[in-house]
Design a protein around this ligand. Structure first.
Ligand SMILES: Cc1ncc(COP(=O)(O)O)c(C=O)c1O
Length: 365
């Protein structure tokens, strides 16, 4: 029996840098993983607690309340109008956070053979999902002229790790390319609420998609915008024919978002105040860290949106990782995200103000 080989789990290779950083007398500042640290807002906690009586199974489709709240959020915040969220063929469904959806999408769509196109420097799970489904991977930031049997395109805007935002023109080029070939184009937009220098446009926006969403899907997540990574709360929306294919498979597999989490999601999607608060916290941390990194001699590339600073000192990323570990600061090497990331490191904005202050003091000392 042969087994498919997943890429190495990269985080293990950061262990030496972590150990070195732990020796710093002021303690470690861990900016390596983008896991939120601020309290989950009351709007989610209250709705979760109020829905705690949940003896029956939830559905893969999601409650009507949640689908309606999701469609309203897409319209209010992103200018996207999905087909009737309560129609017989769904235009939006909940996911157990977005990572499982990213990893499973090729499988859930039933793709058999062919190539998945992913960004040049990318969140590793796009590749993992292709490998799990036995598919090939091509890394490209522009629609490729020559690719054998493309079956799926992943876009990620704002992007992890580099915070780059795809312009409406770039999105339109991908949409046209996918539609010409009958290849679904899926945009992971889990940082869409975190635009700093640029307002991100959804792939489902009419200026990109046109009046219909055929061939297009968007992936959203409440992990960062609602400080609720522990809830595992994501959304898939877009072309009802594609959403329905994924929904059917999810029903069979039992990929269900727990009922109380669905209630919390519906409440969160109806409330913009807590998202603004999260934005202002991350924005302030970003300003402080960015200035400190530049004072330290780092150059911040892209990073116009999202939860990270994409930093280079024009040297191998592991050299930069070690320099920062000497200051007690742990960051992710860009090589984790593809060969084109080898001269950058990624700094997450998800640390407490106190830890961000510690990092700033050390970088500017
Ligand atoms: C680009 C991207 N997509 C998806 C995810 C998964 O997020 P979650 O599963 O918390 O929704 C992450 C997490 O950091 C990410 O960076």
């Amino acid at each position: 029996m042969t087994s498919r080989s997943l890429p190495d789990f990269p985080w293990d290779s950061l262990r030496p840098a972590r150990a070195r950083a732990a020796e710093h007398p002021g303690g470690v500042v861990d900016l390596s993983i983008g896991t939120p640290v601020d309290p989950t807002p009351d709007v989610l906690r209250t709705a979760l607690a109020d829905a705690a009586d949940a003896p029956g199974y939830p559905t893969a489709l999601g409650t009507a309340d949640l689908r309606t709240a999701a469609a309203d959020w897409l319209s209010r915040r992103l200018g996207v109008t999905v087909a009737d969220p309560l129609g017989a063929v769904p235009s939006v469904i909940p996911t157990v956070g977005s990572k499982e959806l990213v990893a499973l999408l090729p499988t859930l769509l039933g793709l058999q053979g062919g190539t998945v196109v992913i960004p040049e420097v990318a969140y590793p799970t796009y590749e993992v999902g292709a490998v799990v489904a036995g598919l090939s991977v091509l890394r490209s930031d522009t629609p490729p002229a020559d690719v054998a049997d493309p079956v799926l395109v992943w876009l990620n805007s704002p992007g992890n790790p580099h915070g780059r935002v795809l312009s409406p023109e770039q999105l339109r080029a991908w949409v046209a390319w996918g539609r010409e070939r009958g290849v679904p184009v899926v945009a992971d937009e889990c940082y869409v609420e975190l635009g700093w220098d640029v307002a991100p446009t959804s792939v489902l926006h009419p200026s990109v998609a046109g009046p219909m969403h055929d061939g297009l899907l968007a992936v959203h997540s409440l992990s960062k915008q609602s400080t609720a990574a522990g809830y595992r709360a994501g959304l898939l929306s877009g072309d009802p024919a594609l959403v329905a294919r994924v929904w059917e498979a999810r029903r069979h597999l039992g990929l269900l978002v727990p009922g109380p989490v669905q209630a919390a999601m519906a409440a969160a999607l109806g409330d913009d105040g807590h998202v603004e608060l999260a934005r202002s916290r991350y924005g302030a941390r970003r300003d402080r860290l960015r200035a400190a990194v530049e004072a330290w001699g780092g150059r911040v590339d892209h990073s116009e949106a999202g939860l990270y600073l994409w930093v280079t000192r024009d040297e191998d990323c592991w050299t930069t990782v070690d320099r920062l570990a000497d200051l007690g600061v742990v960051v992710a090497p860009g090589a984790f995200y593809g060969p084109a990331g080898e001269r950058h490191v990624r700094l997450a904005l998800t640390a407490t103000d106190e830890r961000v202050d510690a990092a700033v003091a050390r970088l500017t000392a």
